[in-house]
Ligand binder design. Structure first.
Ligand code: ZN
Length: 240
């Protein structure tokens, strides 16, 4: 087990240095692998994760095994907000979408550090609010926006979290992520490919034209960024 302060998570970076040290003192840096299952819904949460290069999907799975992504958690976020809200059970399934590193705290240490570092608690309350708005935005997005626009948004969000123009993804996985049919995803991906915005070969997605993808994406992509900036990036005084 190694402990390292070099890797950054934007939430932890938003804290005063003394509180960053308190969090890091009980964190371990771990590697997460592609498609690793971190937890199932209703399972008692043993750890929280602050991704530093990895990213994680939270998914809802129905009793008919239909599946849709609720949110994507990368270096901007944290997995385990249910503990902040006082419930130890995971609300969703969580699967690693992009391999990489994360800071992990066990439940007991996290709750202790949360209690003793008030600015961390305030920050995570704000982050919870951001996530609630993201989820509401996702409901509107799924209901009102085209699969092509939603796919463009998802690819941009994934590229942001991957920190890379290429990442592995299958069309089956995309259909689960977006709650759309395989046929719909294939058609939308073909259009993006035809317009030279992406290249997709053997399970590897390559983003060719990010600006073109932004034009193709629905407004939800910018709404998410603005939401995060207003409530997290611009935090000057966590006493508010
Ligand atoms: Zn949308």
């Amino acid at each position: 087990m190694t402990k390292k302060i070099g890797l950054t998570n934007q939430l932890i970076s938003a804290l005063p240095l003394s509180e960053q040290r308190d969090v890091m003192a009980v964190s371990e840096q771990i590697s997460l692998s592609f498609e690793q299952i971190l937890r199932a819904r209703d399972e008692a949460v043993q750890h929280v994760y602050f991704p530093t290069t990895a990213f994680i999907s939270e998914l809802v799975v129905t009793d008919q095994d239909e599946c849709i992504e609720v949110r994507l958690v990368g270096t901007e976020g944290m997995l385990g907000l249910n503990l902040v809200l006082g419930d130890k059970h995971a609300p969703f399934h969580a699967v690693v979408q992009g391999k990489g590193e994360a800071l992990r705290l066990n439940r007991k240490d996290f709750l202790r550090v949360l209690k003793n570092t008030p600015k961390l608690e305030r920050l995570l309350h704000r982050y919870t609010y951001v996530v609630m708005k993201q989820m509401a935005q996702n409901i509107a997005c799924t209901q009102f926006h085209t699969i092509e626009a939603r796919l463009a948004r998802w690819l941009l969000m994934t590229q942001d979290r991957a920190g890379n123009d290429s990442f592995p993804v299958t069309q089956e996985f995309l259909s689960h992520m977006l709650g759309a049919s395989r046929v719909g995803i294939t058609s939308a991906a073909s259009n993006l490919k035809k317009n030279k915005l992406i290249h997709y070969v053997r399970g590897e997605m390559h983003i060719i034209d990010r600006e073109g993808l932004r034009r193709c994406s629905c407004s939800c992509y910018n709404a998410d960024i603005d939401n995060y900036k207003v409530h997290i990036h611009k935090i000057k005084d966590l006493h508010v």
